[in-house]
Design a protein around this ligand. Sequence first.
Ligand code: BGC
Length: 327
Amino acid sequence: MKKLIALALVAILAFSAGCSGSSGGKGVTKDGVTTYRVGVSIYKFDDNFMTLYRNEIQSYFKSLETATVKYQVNVQDAKNDMAEQANQVDSFLAQGVDVLIINLVQSSSEATITAKAKNAKVPVVYINREPMEANAMDYESACYVGADAKQSGTYQGEIIAELPNKGDADGDGTVRYVMIMGDPENVDAQYRTEYSVKALVDKGIAVEELFKQRGDWDQAKGQELAASALAQFGASVDVVFCNNDGMALGAAQAIASANRTVGKDIYLVGVDALDEVVEMVKNGTMTGTVLNDHIGQSHTAVDAAIKYINSQTNDKRIMVNYQKVVA
Ligand code: BGC
């Protein structure tokens, strides 16, 4: 008999937890404490910048907890696989999360993810990979938090243009450059590539592209590509532009192995301002970088998610500024 009562109690408890979870945006209240569930999917964990970003999402949620409000944040690795990410979103929604924070694997799949969220009436905050389609985020409770990639590219170009020799390391009148790109699924890669060079051209500086290839944001690929560009074009390379610091760290190793010296016979710029890169900028082994403010962006994304939880609205696109980092 006792066993039966216990079983019935478990069933009732499980049922009521399920009910409050599925109502969405209301959290689950127990003993006066409301717990909101947050589903986060990151395009892949093995990414320097997104690792800092996702850790900050978690610690910032934690810092906002009170005696009566808690956040249960479930962060998943989409392993650079869009199908995997779509499954993660389905299971978050089935679990009855109150809000989603999504770093898309493919920004072109945003409409599919938004439709799922809209159908379940669960708000969604997109981060880092900006959905660019004309009618992107067709849902009143969907927004994007990020930074203006054009600005980061422009800052990279300006860092070079502001050097005394305007980046013309060998003084032959033309800035010859190598471009190591991120994964073009992220508009950051496209705009940083375009706007870094545009900043030089806009200042009337003559440029020539020697080499351009994608290194997918990855340090090892950055090293490989820079090594191959330096082997191919030797002393004529004045500047190595990398779409992020991860790849610039790889390029710095290749530059050292090729017996070239940053600041003397070659220049190197990245984006993100990873701690180790900021150190290198200070000691001159990297010409400059651009702060991709993962703290500002993660806090803004969390604040937007909490506004949705509290039935408030957000602007469609919320932008955080980049900043130049030079010695
Ligand atoms: C960062 C890269 C990162 C990428 C991921 C970019 O904004 O600069 O370091 O790999 O986002 O999507």
